[in-house]
Design a protein around this ligand. Structure first.
Ligand SMILES: *Cc1c(COP(=O)(O)O)cnc(C)c1O
Length: 375
């Protein structure tokens, strides 16, 4: 059997161990300590955002983000349908109602037109949505000018789910820093990883201060354990943050490597008119977390996926939209078939920053072989 090629595997440098060792040597083996503060400072410096709260996951960050915006039981939250379930689940943790919005074709992210349609319709039904959760899928920025203009026109706060998009920029400005709140993930499959972790960022430092407070069991200032709010155990540990500090040092290299993967696939597959790629609109800088291809049909997509699988190469269909997931059936959606079509025809290719040229060549050879067959 050929060696396994993964979709997106962790890529450590070894430098992470320096920070982790420091944590051991100083006995800072706790959900606070110099690495946690250091990682927060690194994230602020890298993205230009004012404040950061390091947490156990991106999902926890979205949950606390919703709490910061006072999203409560029965409130409606507008959210991208074309995403991973972790974007939408925290809305349900709050017993709030997800209103699922379809994608537009240029970036595959939330359609500004459908967003506005949904806002008008919800208001006409008697309820103004409490928040918007916007996703920058596969590290491609959303159409921020259009989205933020609508959000500000209707005065609805935005949480950017930039779990896949750290290092991506829109006209030079980091994703995650446009909305009231932004979310990053450092899960094992993301562009940089802490093995598991996330962060909530904001240009309003009070949000991050309050999120950190809630993430550490909402302990009031008293010598005994005193609580006047419901708390969570969501804080990142100092060990995990040490891995993150090492990873932040190489984030730009990781982005460059992923972008190079994209260019390689695009050049190698240029001859096939039934394969297309998402291009960056002017001013958009994608981190190319995953290289995705769009084929001409579900059948072609499946032929490629199964052929890769047989060669021990991991690939995966694009996210199945949330409005098609059994768990979110029955929630309102504003869709026009775009994400459903992408789901049918799209495929994520191996995209790790640690793939060798040989690995990439193996993937491309397999795909070419499938596409050259007449069927
Ligand atoms: C990974 C991911 C999350 C969740 O992040 P975790 O750190 O795994 O909890 C949320 N949204 C999107 C779009 C993701 O890709």
């Amino acid at each position: 059997m050929n060696q396994k090629i993964w979709l997106s595997s962790p890529h450590l440098t070894g430098e992470e161990q320096k920070y982790v060792k420091e944590a051991f040597d100083t006995n800072w083996v706790a959900p606070l300590g110099p690495n946690v503060n250091g990682l927060e400072a690194d994230i602020c410096k890298y993205t230009g955002v004012a404040a950061c709260s390091a947490l156990i996951s991106g999902t926890a960050a979205i949950h606390l983000g919703l709490i910061m915006l006072d999203v409560q039981s029965g409130d409606e939250v507008l959210v991208s349908s074309f995403t991973f379930s972790a974007t939408v689940n925290p809305i349900r943790y709050q017993n709030a109602i997800p209103i699922l919005i379809d994608s537009e074709k240029d970036t595959w992210n939330m359609s500004p037109a459908l967003l506005e349609t949904a806002i008008k319709d919800r208001i006409s039904k008697g309820k103004k949505p409490k928040a918007i959760i916007l996703v920058h899928l596969y590290g491609m920025p959303s159409k921020m000018d259009e989205i933020m203009a609508i959000a500000s026109q209707y005065k609805i706060p935005v949480i950017e789910d930039a779990a896949e998009a750290i290092g991506a920029k829109y006209y030079g400005k980091a994703m995650g820093t446009f909305g009231e709140l932004g979310v990053f993930s450092f899960n094992g499959n993301k562009i940089i990883t802490t093995s598991g972790g996330g962060a909530l960022v904001s240009n309003n430092p009070d949000f991050c201060k309050q999120a950190t407070f809630l993430a550490t069991q909402a302990r009031d200032d008293a010598p005994h354990y005193q609580h006047s709010q419901i708390g969570y155990n969501y804080r990142m540990s100092n060990i995990v943050a040490g891995i993150g500090r090492g990873q932040m040092e190489v984030l730009d290299d990781r982005v460059a490597a992923r972008r190079q993967n994209f260019e390689f696939y695009k050049n190698e597959l240029a001859e096939f008119s039934n394969i297309s790629f998402v291009e960056e609109p002017e001013g958009f800088f994608a981190n190319r977390w995953l290289t995705t291809i769009l084929t001409d049909s579900y059948e072609t997509r499946e032929r490629i996926r199964l052929a890769l699988d047989k060669e021990n190469i991991e690939s995966r269909p694009l996210w199945k939209p949330m409005h098609l997931q059994p768990v979110f059936e029955g929630f309102p959606s504003y869709v026009d078939g775009t994400s459903e079509d992408l789901f049918q025809r799209g495929l994520c290719l191996p995209s790790g920053s640690n793939l060798s040229e040989k690995d990439l060549a193996r993937v491309v050879e397999e795909i070419k072989e499938v596409l050259r067959l007449k069927f």
